[in-house]
Design a protein around this ligand. Structure first.
Ligand code: BGC
Length: 907
């Protein structure tokens, strides 16, 4: 093993390089500690000085002894977990000298590496959006509820935001702003039952503040779903305590969650108080730019105490969803449960227990919580909360959580060899994908996955086309869950029909932003804070969302062979969506082709033509390609249904024979604009727009991701330029394989030059600012398809860390980006693993990044479970049933449980 050893002192960082096991140093670096710079910048200096050297791990010689981490050092009146920081910086494990002495080098490194692959840890106290982003990343939940990973002792303020959300619990409020009535539908922040804190000698209860909080370490165990926070507190009174709390969601009885709160007085004996609240005073205030709108969505209707349990019941204000939250406080250190006192507060209820304590002894308190809401299909009896609470215990929650995660990791895990960071962050993404959705699989919840999970309030919890980046992952790992998510859309088919009808179209027009009932929840106008005028918001014209839903329906049916779903729901959805597009397409006498106008593509910088008062654009390439695809795929899927089933779906969708004929014509004659170089225009007229001088703007503004805001601030509009927020024209190449998209374009009667993909890719990449996190994912896939592996890797890596580092500077604080999280996983298996699920059998063409030694994962495809283990030379695939697949273009038969090894590249 090649190593570095380090000692961090106040004035210098002392590093030796050990390229062989014999402990001899071959180089010595003394890097002066620069007090002008941040700790992070100083550590960055290490990276630069060691550039080019090979090493697998680091040993830290002067780590302090802490109960939570042995790689913390004190430097210049500050403390830092050098281990965590250097792992992020150098992608290696950092072990302490003490660990090496205890277990030996090899074991210490192995243990640390294993630990890092399964934990998301933060050391120290952070503030503002930085801490809010960490809270989002530390969210615990089960798809029914999400609990942000805020400190349990915190109320909402500038630094802390303990949000609680339940899938599908939305509420609409109307606010009068400058004589405008603005209605918003929000995912409701429900009363906070996470709250628990302590006090000493009946003094003021502890709150999170920088004076008392000496140290804090937060660790999310991805393997078990337990969030552990360890704090060292020194109160102004001199009392020192260690507080260790654990919080986790019950993954089986998904109304429940549990908290274990452990207090150790370190330097005193006296009296300790525990305060556990259900706080009904919460509002939706996670997103500061929404603060002008009414944030009150709940009304408390009843508060009650029964023994050591308390209950708060209420209702959302306009959607009238009832909820009851029950909490029970117990402690093995309090003999008599009667000692738990309850006290009603102005907007909630507090439980208090007081006990005498000794120095050095740990006292344990368990808070079990049950949340019940009336939006669950077999309505959870709200008055059954007490019974459910009686059944709850911390240990039971741990058992249920362990069981769920064990099963989940057994079939959805992705193992990456040789890249700690990718391994850890892929697991973080997998973890959040289940936290956002797991319970929906039960069929009891009429909900889908919001763009920001159950992790924050951005986009008000709404459901977007982001589903298209998310559902394929569930389809390949949890098909039942994917089906329930599609069912959310099926349940809103009637609403989509109404949307279409109200807009003067036939069929079903799904809303761009969907929430409780499936009507359009995008804003119509926005108050411009500078000009004080109400500017139109045309984002709802992203009508492609219906096509993205159709894509998910097709992909689900294709990958699962669930013909029942197609028969009962899927075909009706597809035909209803098709009917909408038929009514939207119009024949142009001049060109002899069909056009679709009044739409926007995914690029939100282009809402309409400059100097036009007509909203929307004409012939958006992505939309038209997807319409042509839909019209073709309906025919293919029809073959899976009996005539009677087809007729009944057609009847339900009001899709008569004449529409079928029209569909055939339109699908060959939709308009695209393609120039002489083979560049496909994002929309008709695109080539007439001036290009933007990106380098000049970069020089002036640095980050130009939100070029729309930059331009609007100086009175310009992005509509007027060739500048895109995110992938648009080439989106279809993300959805399908190249041959399929090319086939669609040629089917429309257009010809493309041989190297059209590369030309289009470079053209649009040069015009895209990646103002949406989804953009990098799409361009990573495109680059990989085009053989630009370095660029693909760069974009993938940025997408992978985007929430971890909150690369948009504050958006993670308002919730994770679930689309990008699931898409990084899809990209890993589909593009790097090269396992493509688009044909009737899986096709395997691995293209592992150089940075990875090995990749292992599973897929469930057409009822068969496949396990893949891929390195740079070999593929080992095992299936649980006899099946066949193609590897590097050659067909192979698989026998049940018999691994097949194929060498695809020489050593
Ligand atoms: C993106 C959309 C996305 C939405 C929700 C926006 O910034 O431009 O494509 O659907 O965020 O994630």
């Amino acid at each position: 093993m090649k190593l570095i050893r380090l000692r961090i002192e106040n004035d210098a960082m002392d590093i030796t390089y050990h390229p062989a096991e014999d402990d001899r140093a071959t180089a010595h670096y003394l890097i002066a500690y620069n007090r002008e710079q941040s700790i992070g910048d100083n550590l960055e200096n290490i990276k630069v000085r060691l550039a080019g050297l090979q090493f697998d791990a680091a040993i830290l010689d002067n780590g302090l002894s802490y109960p939570f981490s042995d790689t913390i050092v004190g430097v210049n009146y500050d403390r830092i977990d050098v281990g965590l920081a250097l792992t992020n910086l150098l992608n290696i494990p950092v072990v302490s000298r003490a660990a090496v002495q205890r277990s030996g080098l090899a074991a210490a490194v192995r243990e640390k590496r294993h630990y890092l692959k399964w934990h998301l840890d933060y050391y120290g106290q952070y503030h503002d959006v930085r801490n809010n982003g960490q809270e989002a990343m530390l969210t615990v939940g089960n798809g029914y509820f999400g609990l942000r990973g805020a400190y349990l002792e915190a109320h909402a303020d500038q630094d802390n935001y303990p949000g609680t959300y339940v899938a599908g619990v939305f509420d609409q409020e109307t606010t009068q702003i400058q004589n405008h009535a603005v209605t918003n539908e929000d995912l409701v922040n429900l009363p906070n039952a996470q709250f628990i804190t302590f006090g000493v000698d009946h003094q003021t209860p502890f709150t999170i503040n920088s004076h008392d909080l000496q140290d804090v370490y937060r660790s999310l165990d991805l393997k078990t779903g337990i969030l552990t926070t360890t704090k060292l507190v020194q109160l102004a009174s001199g009392h020192q305590l260690r507080i260790r709390s654990q919080k986790l969601a019950n993954m089986h009885d998904w109304h429940r969650y549990s908290i274990r709160y452990q207090v150790t007085p370190l330097n005193f004996a006296g009296s300790l108080q525990i305060y556990a609240d259900i706080d009904g005073s919460v509002v939706n205030s996670n997103v500061s730019r929404y603060s002008a709108f009414d944030q009150h969505h709940t009304r408390t209707l009843g508060i009650e105490a029964r023994g050591n349990a308390v209950f708060l019941s209420g209702q959302t204000r306009t959607s009238k969803i009832n909820y009851t939250i029950g909490a029970k406080l117990t402690s093995p250190d309090v003999q008599d449960n009667e000692a738990v006192k309850s006290q009603q507060q102005p907007q909630g209820i507090r439980q208090t227990v007081s006990l005498p304590v000794q120095a050095g002894k740990t006292y344990t308190f368990d808070k079990n919580v049950v949340i019940a809401t009336s939006n669950v299909r077999t309505a959870h009896p709200l008055d059954g909360v007490a019974a459910e609470l009686d059944q709850s215990s911390f240990d039971k929650t741990v058992t249920a959580s362990n069981a769920y995660w064990k099963k989940t990791w057994a079939n959805a895990d992705i193992q990456v060899g040789g890249d700690l960071t990718s391994q850890r962050l892929l697991r973080v993404n997998l973890y959040h994908s289940f936290v956002s959705a797991a319970a929906i699989e039960s069929g009891q919840l009429d909900a889908s996955v919001g763009a920001r999970g159950l992790h924050g309030e951005a986009y008000r919890g709404h459901v977007f086309w982001d589903e298209m980046f998310i559902l394929p992952f569930y389809t390949l790992h949890r098909p039942k869950l994917a089906k329930q998510l599609l069912n959310y859309r099926y349940q809103r088919l009637a609403a989509a029909r109404k949307n279409a009808k109200d807009a003067g179209y036939a069929g079903a027009m799904y809303p761009w932003q969907s929430a409780q009932v499936g009507d359009e929840q995008s804003q119509v106008t926005h108050l411009n804070p500078i000009t004080k005028t109400w500017d139109p918001d045309n984002s709802r014209l992203q009508r492609h969302v219906s096509l993205d839903i159709a894509y998910n329906v097709w992909f689900y049916v294709h990958a699962t062979n669930d013909v029942d779903f197609l028969r009962q729901q899927g075909m009706e959805m597809l035909l209803s969506i098709a009917a909408f597009w038929i009514s939207k397409a119009h024949y142009d006498q001049k060109t002899g082709r069909y056009s679709i106008s009044g739409v926007m593509g995914p690029d939100e910088f282009h809402e309409n033509y400059p100097n036009s008062d007509q909203p929307g654009l004409r012939n958006n390439a992505y939309t038209n390609i997807m319409v042509a695809w839909l019209f073709t795929v309906i025919d293919q899927l029809k073959a899976k249904l009996s005539e009677a089933d087809w007729q009944s779906a057609a009847k339900a969708a009001d899709f008569h024979a004449a529409l079928g004929q029209k569909m055939q014509t339109i699908r060959q004659k939709l308009t695209l604009q393609i120039n002489r170089s083979g560049i496909i225009a994002q929309f008709e007229g695109y080539f007439k727009l001036p290009a933007l001088d990106f380098s000049a703007y970069r020089q002036k503004y640095g980050n130009i991701a939100r070029m729309d805001r930059i331009l609007k601030a100086v009175g310009k509009t992005p509509d007027a330029y060739q500048v895109a927020k995110q992938a648009d024209t080439l989106m279809a190449f993300y959805n399908f394989d190249v041959a399929t998209v090319q086939g669609i374009i040629e089917g429309l009667g257009y010809h493309l030059p041989a190297n059209y993909l590369n030309r289009n890719l470079q053209y649009y990449l040069a015009r895209t600012t990646h103002g949406s996190t989804l953009s990098r994912i799409v361009y990573a896939v495109l680059n990989q398809l085009d053989g630009n592996y370095d660029q693909a890797w760069q974009l993938f890596s940025q997408a992978l860390v985007s929430d971890y580092y909150d690369i948009q500077g504050g958006t993670t604080a308002e919730g994770i980006h679930l689309g990008v999280m699931c898409a990084t996983v899809n990209l890993t298996t589909r593009n790097f693993g090269g396992v493509t699920p688009f044909e009737d059998e899986l096709h395997v063409n691995p293209q592992l990044p150089d940075q990875w030694q090995q990749l292992a994962f599973q897929h469930r495809f057409k009822g068969v479970n496949y396990h893949f283990k891929i390195d740079h030379h070999q593929i080992i695939v095992t299936a649980d049933q006899a099946s066949q697949l193609q590897i590097m273009g050659k067909p192979y038969q698989l026998q049940p449980q018999r691994p097949l090894t194929v060498t695809y590249a020489e050593n």
